[in-house]
Design a binder for this molecule. Sequence first.
Ligand code: HEM
Length: 411
Amino acid sequence: MPNAAVTPSSTVDPTSEEASGSSSGVEYDPMDPVLDESPYEVWRAMRDQQPVYFNPRRNFWALSRYEDVAAALKDTTRFSSAHGNVLELMSPEPVDSGMMILNDPPSHTRLRRLVSRAFTLRRTAALEEDVRAICRELLDALDPGPGGGEVDLMQEYAAQIPSRVISRLLGVPGEDRERIRLLIDECFHLDEEHGFVNDVALTAMGELGTYLDRRLKHLAEEPGDDLLSALTGAGLTRRETIDFAMLLVMAGTETVGRLLGWAALLLDEHPDQRADLVADPSLIPQAVEEVLRFEGPSPVQARFTTEDVTLHDVTIPARSIVLLLTSSAGRDERQYGPDAGVFDIHREQRHHVSFGYGVHFCLGASLARLESRIALEELLARFPSWTVDRDRSVRAHTSTVRGWSRLLVRL
Ligand code: HEM
């Protein structure tokens, strides 16, 4: 385990009952597939009894209250992203990456500023018609016709949209798109034994990197109106451009797909709210925010402490891995009131940290919102109701992304 190499230099004995929470019996492990099915009660127990939690077996700390998570996300001086932001991939030394998500200021500031010149709101907004066409084409293909029928809404719709959109965003030419879409899918291959760090995924990432490198060489001769050309024009080196394009793929594909899966399930479980959206599609953007708060697809952001941090009378030693539980924050009664555990698209307080917070706030949030809004607009316009077969549907388990890999739905 890479994180096993990270040794906390203790000021509090992290294996003590007080720090580990063993006295209260709270046990949290984001890699536990059984717990991942329903972590809500454990998150609540952590928020109430162990707001600074330590897991001695996996050697990580965790913050679960909205206020603490938001403060730590903003505090890049003490909670560094430079050692990784995924539990399984944490490194005791800073990693050398052109990916902004793995950089702290000031190198993060430079990368984000340059990238923002090319990845603009205008470029995102310009994708609206492409996204709508993609959604309609997918719905045409899966439509079982007047008699109805069963489809896998994850595989046939939700998971298909983001990889197609990213490939449009990157300006992948039409003849390469299907190959690139399949490569992107393979980047997310999950192996029972090795999770998401497996040969299929690593090979696909290598091939995608090679493709991007070749494409950038071509664009250097003949720049186009696409994002990759704009990134080069903005002053990024070729390696930084490739790293950024890979980051877009890694951060912007699985997350959007899982969000749409959660939306389909939650709306089926709350048919009155689904009917409200059919009657008034202008409510869809706020429904997307409520899905993000209630079932964030990216529930855990890892950090590495650069110094001792004392919170709620517990000291997290320097050089510790700390998991910031953004999805637990989304359920925090202290922030959302006693009905925090209720899904309600009409609720007043919807601000959440499911897109992160502070300097690393999701760069693709506008694109994620645009894709989700259009995907739901088109789905609800075509199928005003559906029934999810939850028992036969299948979850995808990783420590970083929560959601469904197959969602069997009767239309
Ligand atoms: C529902 C969908 C999405 C969710 C829930 C999500 C969530 C997040 C979160 C929580 C972070 C902060 C990570 C951290 O603090 O360590 C983040 C960062 C980021 N996201 Fe997203 N994301 C989504 C979609 C997208 C899309 C569509 C793109 C781009 C195509 C994207 C690109 C990025 C990038 C580049 C960063 C790094 C920003 C930085 O380090 O400054 N994301 N996202």
